[in-house]
Design a protein around this ligand. Sequence first.
Ligand code: HEC
Length: 154
Amino acid sequence: MRKIALLLAMAGTIALPVQAQGISPTQTDIMKKLIVQYGEKAKAEASKNAKGKPFAAEEFSAENGRQIYLMSRNWEGDEMPACAACHTDDPKKEGTHNQSKKPIKPLAPAVSPERFTSVEKVEKNFSKHCRDLYSRDCTSMEKGNFLTYLLSVK
Ligand code: HEC
């Protein structure tokens, strides 16, 4: 009996939240909508650049997004703290603000139902955190890759 009670308790604390969650249709809709928008903007940004080539949203890469999430260099090659400095190396884990030490709910939509439910909030956080790290907003290419990576985290 004790063993069963223990198993049930464990199921309640560990197995259930994981099974009951998972990315919601709202989160998928919002993230896909943003990816299409960033794709359009990335195309426009590329056409302004002489070296730019035509670009489609499907070309965003989860691997490039993962590099942005983890890397400690920005696109200009300067040494920088990465998104992982606050959001941890694993977007499914709870983060800690590197200065205030306040907890930050995981960024991965697969485990955080309230993430990526508001376009405005995503835009605001992107601008703020990219400026904090790189002293500029992220490009549409970076944002598209970043969201593609987070969508791929199961
Ligand atoms: C200095 C700490 C810190 C760093 C570094 C940081 N973030 Fe954040 N981030 C936060 C906090 C705190 C929140 C939670 C804000 C909230 O929930 O109100 C957050 C939330 C977000 C969200 C909001 C998602 C949503 O819909 O709720 C996005 C997007 C985001 N961060 C992107 C990034 C990216 C991209 C980087 C790297 C370029 C980055 N962050 C680096 C602290 C940080």
